[in-house]
Design a binder for this molecule. Structure first.
Ligand code: SF4
Ligand code: SF4
Length: 663
């Protein structure tokens, strides 16, 4: 079969138009991406980047966290990859009739046949994948997909369905016309060819289906850069350029040289941050995982990302011409201040995103702008910041009272130990909550008694310890945070501290992941890890029954940020009598307690309280107690149990339960 000269002229004109539409739009998108003012080199650690590209880009490991979406996406994605050869081969028929894509030969066996078979099979699977996607969108209708991107997604799915069906039908017409190569490797189209419809005028079928397939293919190509399906190209690129710094480390602002603080305009973002917008698949997983969104706050992490893309598309031309005066900023086009303050920095959005988008750092950048450039802060949080400034702790209790919790326990400060020439193996970083909050002081006391029982040579900083800077940093006050960090690093380095155990995951995360930027590099362990180590080493021997039927709440800064899920559970499993039941929302799908991101010191006026929602997850397990490994979580769970009249659900830190089991 061959096309006419007129066909060749017509298809050449059509290809020229669609390719130029595609090329022009892609060129503009790339130009817009590089309007980002912030420098962000991401060419380091090339082997790791390549590995991530393969694992998350090619094999889409994160997409598969939801099996249904994983299956349908893999069908469609692999269809794009495998059918690439057929696109070239079929299009080439306009210029070189009968031309075939050259394929290698292995041990004398040509791979052309297997390629044809793979194309047919993946085309059928892609059609099934599209059917599954449409069923999900129009029958199952999960809330996370019910957004304004629905129409665009449907158009794209219809394009894909049309392309794979027209591919199979064209192959069938080719077989019916007797011009197909290796028909034995094209069983599906050969079967279709044997049906009665292809018996009449095979040449007309061939020509009509060739045109149908080519028009669908190149119309789709022209459409893609205008739609959210530009992610087909950028999502895979995004996985290569994903952030490789520790998950728990916010980027340090250079306060000496920075001219602006934080971000309120899209062009103030880096190219990598802007790339997130084009990589977004609008799958809604980030929003579905967001505790603020789930409890009715005006925060939608997906819209943080997609609005950056939309704003960039709207303003990209003006930004390139340097005509940005009067254009709406991100607080007008992206989110209200209330939405930005609603984030608990739980990291669920970033963790769930299949294309490695980074929502939370953008929210922190917007907070930095609110606090440092616009001078805005939730009024109820002012006291917290003032307290850190004056007494180095958010509670505002005198800084000299920090070590009071340890009175009568025989706990030494590092200064005392050094003065007495006593060896210290590990510094216990107590943290503000365990130093000043009555409930958490009991946890610190239990932990200190355990350490003594295990014969650990430890000390505390006492009044020399200061807030790690975590709440100030996460609310956006980088100045105050850095003041605290630098003071603590000076103290720790002054004493030559090597190993630190912290019972607060926020302190643990800050010292472990953020302090190295400021010259503070130590071996930092969380108390759950330390306790596990002591039990495994035989220095603690839990023998007494602790008859509790409990569930474990994963603190975000321990779990999602630092991958510590097993250690606290292991401590619980070692306690005789303790029975542990898991919540549905556990481990890396754990739901925030509502305190992170300095939310502990902000009012929660809109929607359901996050800690109340978390309590409802605990209630579902019918456990009579909940254990955690974070002072902030303990406070929030305590508060929820009291305000929801469920004090019968008892709240513990794992150290308290372990201490009860030690004879
Ligand atoms: S970090 Fe947590 S609270 Fe903040 S936007 Fe992401 S999911 Fe929502
Ligand atoms: S940001 Fe990521 S998780 Fe959220 S909708 Fe886009 S692709 Fe999905």
């Amino acid at each position: 079969m061959a096309l006419t000269a007129l066909d060749t002229v017509a298809v050449t004109a059509f290809l020229a138009v669609s390719l130029s539409i595609f090329g022009r739009k892609m060129y503009l998108r790339l130009r817009y991406l590089f309007t980002g003012q912030r420098k962000e080199p991401r060419w380091d650690h090339l082997p790791t980047r390549l590995k991530n590209f393969v694992v998350y880009g090619i094999f889409q490991r994160k997409v598969a966290r939801e099996w249904y979406a994983g299956v349908l996406h893999s069908f469609i994605f692999w269809a794009f990859v495998i059918l690439g050869a057929s696109v070239v081969e079929i299009t080439a028929q306009a210029y070189a009739p009968g031309w075939r894509v050259p394929t290698p030969t292995v041990a004398g066996f040509s791979l052309t046949g297997p390629l044809y078979l793979a194309e047919e099979v993946i085309a059928v699977l892609a059609a099934i994948g599209v059917g599954m996607a449409l069923y999900r969108r129009y029958v199952i209708r999960p809330k996370k997909l019910m957004h304004e991107g629905m129409r665009d997604a449907t158009i794209v799915l219809c394009f894909i369905l049309g392309i794979v069906i027209s591919f199979l039908l064209f192959n069938a017409a080719d077989a019916a016309a007797g011009t197909v190569a290796l028909p034995e490797w094209k069983p599906i189209s050969s079967a279709i060819a044997s049906t009665s419809i292809f018996r009449f005028d095979a040449a007309l079928w061939w020509r009509t289906l060739w045109w149908t397939h080519v028009v669908l293919l190149f119309s789709f190509l022209a459409y893609v850069p205008h739609s959210k399906h530009i992610h087909i190209i950028f999502a895979i690129v995004n996985t290569f350029f994903m952030d490789l710094t520790p998950k728990g480390a916010l980027k340090t602002v250079d306060l000496e040289t920075s001219e602006t603080f934080g971000v309120n305009r899209v062009e103030q973002l880096s190219w990598r941050q802007l790339l997130d917008g084009y990589a977004c698949t609008e799958c809604g997983r980030c929003t579905a995982a967001c505790p603020a969104n789930a409890t009715g706050k005006p925060l939608n992490p997906m819209r943080i990302i997609t609005n950056i893309r939309d704003t960039l598309n709207d303003q990209g031309g003006a930004i390139m011409r340097d005509q940005v005066d009067g254009l709406p900023d991100m607080f007008q086009t992206v989110h209200t201040d209330e939405g930005i303050w609603a984030c608990t920095t739980c990291y669920a959005c970033v963790y769930e995103c299949p294309v490695m988008n980074e929502h939370m750092p953008k929210i922190i950048d917007m907070r930095r702008n609110l606090v440092l450039t616009q001078g805005k802060i939730p009024p109820e949080s002012m006291d917290m910041l003032r307290n850190i400034e004056t007494n180095y702790n958010p509670w505002g209790i005198g800084w000299d009272q920090r070590g009071r919790w340890a009175e009568g326990l025989g706990v030494r400060t590092l200064a005392e130990a050094i003065a007495a020439n006593e060896p210290v193996d590990v510094l216990y970083w107590v943290g503000c909550a365990a130093s000043f909050d009555d409930r958490n002081r009991k946890v610190a006391q239990a932990f200190a008694r355990i350490l003594k029982k295990a014969g650990v040579r430890f000390a505390i900083l006492g009044a020399e310890e200061k807030c790690t800077g975590d709440p100030a940093r996460r609310i956006g006050n980088e100045y105050l945070a850095q003041t605290m960090i630098r003071a603590n690093v000076a103290t720790l380095n002054g004493y030559g501290v090597k190993r630190i155990v912290a019972s607060c995951p926020h302190c643990f995360n800050a010292i472990k992941n953020e302090y190295p930027d400021f010259g503070g590099t130590y071996e930092v362990v969380h108390h759950s890890q330390f306790l596990q180590e002591l039990i495994r080493g035989g220095r603690l021997n839990p023998t007494r029954d602790v008859l509790e039927f409990l569930t474990y709440h994963d603190p975000c800064y321990l779990g999602r940020y630092n991958d510590i899920y097993n250690e606290p559970r292991d401590v619980l499993y070692r306690i005789p009598g303790v029975r542990v039941v898991e919540m549905r929302e556990c481990r890396d799908r754990g739901f925030c307690c509502g305190a992170g991101g300095a939310r502990m010191w902000m009012d929660e006026r809109t929607g359901e309280r996050v800690n109340h929602r978390r309590l409802s997850h605990i209630e579902e397990t019918r456990a009579n107690a909940v254990a955690t490994a974070c002072p902030y979580c303990l406070i929030m769970l305590d508060d929820a149990a009291k305000t929801k009249d469920r004090e019968d659900i008892r709240r513990f830190d794992i150290a308290e339960l372990l201490e009860r089991s030690l004879s």
